[in-house]
Write a protein that binds this ligand. Structure first.
Ligand code: KIV
Length: 287
C-alpha cells in the first residue's frame, strides 16, 4: 500500500490519535473519495481521511447515502489509500453491510482493511451496534463509532435534524458513547448535537471524539471535503465553513475553455506538435 512506500513519514495510527487527545491537540479529518484529493489532503497534513458513505450523494449521484454498495466503497477506499503516505484511511461501512449478522459485519469490515487498504472502519449507531463493535474488535479490526445524527437511519430520527437537545436524549448519547468505548471503539464521530453536548461527551470519554456540527469542544473536527471547498449541490449545512469556492471556479474555467475552443484561440502554437517541412511536403505530394 502507498503508506509503506515512504518509511520516513510517521503514519497516523490509533496511539497517535489517543496521544493527540491527551495533549489537547485537535484531530483533523476530511472525507476523500479519490487518489488526487487524498494526495492533496495528506500533503496538507490532515490526520484522518474518511472514505465516507457520503460518496453516495457527493460523488456518485445517489439522492442519499443508502444505495451505495460495499463494492463501490471498496473501489473508493482503494483509490484513497493509493494517495496517502501519512493520514489514517477510515472506511465507512455502508447501510446493511453490518446490520444483518456479525459474520457479515466482520467479512465486510475485513474487506475495507484487506482490499481497501484502510486502517479502520466506521459504523453508525448506539446500543444496538455495541455487539457488532465488540465482534469487530475481537477480529482485530479497529472501529470508529458514529452517534448523534446518523444519516443511514435519519428517517427514524425524524429527518436530518439536531440530536440531543433535551437532557434525556443527550444522556442517551453519552450512555451509547460509553458503551461503544467499552466495546472497543477507538474513536467516535459525533454529528449534529448542541455544542455543549459535544464538549460534554468528549470530556466523558477517554477515546477521541471528532465532531461535525458538534461544536469546538470536541477533540477534533470532520467535514465533507466537497462542502468545505464549495463543490456540490448549493445546500450548505449550518456547521460548514467554506474555505474555497472551487465549484464556481470550475464552471468559470470550463466556460472559458469552451469560448477559447469555439473562437479558435485554443489550442495555440505552444500546445501543438510539429512535423519537418520536408516530411509534410512529401505527405501533401502523396495525395
Ligand atoms: O459519510 C460521511 O461523510 C460521514 C461524515 C458526515 C462524518 O459519515
Amino acid at each position: 500500500m502507498a503508506r509503506e512506500k515512504d518509511k520516513a513519514v510517521q503514519a497516523v495510527d490509533i496511539s497517535s490519535l489517543l496521544k493527540m487527545k491527551k495533549k489537547g491537540q485537535k484531530i483533523t479529518m476530511l472525507t476523500a473519495y479519490d487518489t488526487p484529493t487524498a494526495r492533496m489532503l495528506d500533503d496538507a497534513g490532515i490526520d484522518v481521511l474518511l472514505v465516507g458513505d457520503s460518496a453516495a450523494n457527493v460523488v456518485l449521484g445517489y439522492k442519499d447515502t443508502l444505495p451505495v454498495t460495499m463494492d463501490e466503497m471498496i473501489h473508493h477506499t482503494k483509490a484513497v489509500s493509493r494517495g496517502v503516505k501519512r493520514a489514517m484511511v477510515l472506511g465507512d461501512m455502508p447501510f446493511m453491510s453490518y446490520n444483518i449478522s456479525h459474520e457479515d459485519a466482520v467479512r465486510n469490515a475485513g474487506r475495507f482493511i484487506k482490499e481497501g487498504g484502510a486502517q479502520a472502519v466506521k459504523l453508525e449507531g448506539g446500543a444496538h451496534v455495541v455487539d457488532t463493535v465488540e465482534r469487530l474488535f475481537r477480529a482485530g479490526i479497529p472501529v470508529v463509532g458514529h452517534l448523534g445524527l446518523t444519516p443511514q437511519t435519519a428517517g427514524m430520527q425524524g429527518g436530518y435534524r439536531v440530536q440531543g437537545k433535551t437532557a434525556a436524549t443527550a444522556a442517551r448519547i453519552v450512555e451509547d458513547a460509553l458503551k461503544l468505548q467499552e466495546a472497543g471503539a477507538f474513536m467516535l464521530i459525533l454529528e449534529c448535537v448542541p455544542d455543549r453536548v459535544g464538549e460534554h461527551v468528549s470530556k466523558a470519554l477517554e477515546i477521541p471524539v471528532v465532531g461535525i456540527g458538534a461544536g469546538p469542544g470536541c477533540d477534533g473536527q470532520v467535514l465533507v471535503f466537497h462542502d468545505m471547498v464549495g463543490i456540490g449541490t448549493g445546500f450548505s449545512p449550518k456547521f460548514v465553513r467554506r474555505y474555497a469556492n472551487l465549484g464556481q471556479e470550475i464552471v468559470e474555467a470550463a466556460s472559458r475553455y469552451k469560448q477559447d475552443v469555439q473562437q479558435g484561440s485554443f489550442p495555440a502554437k505552444e500546445h501543438c506538435f510539429t512535423i519537418k517541412d520536408s516530411e509534410f511536403e512529401l505527405l501533401v505530394k502523396k495525395r
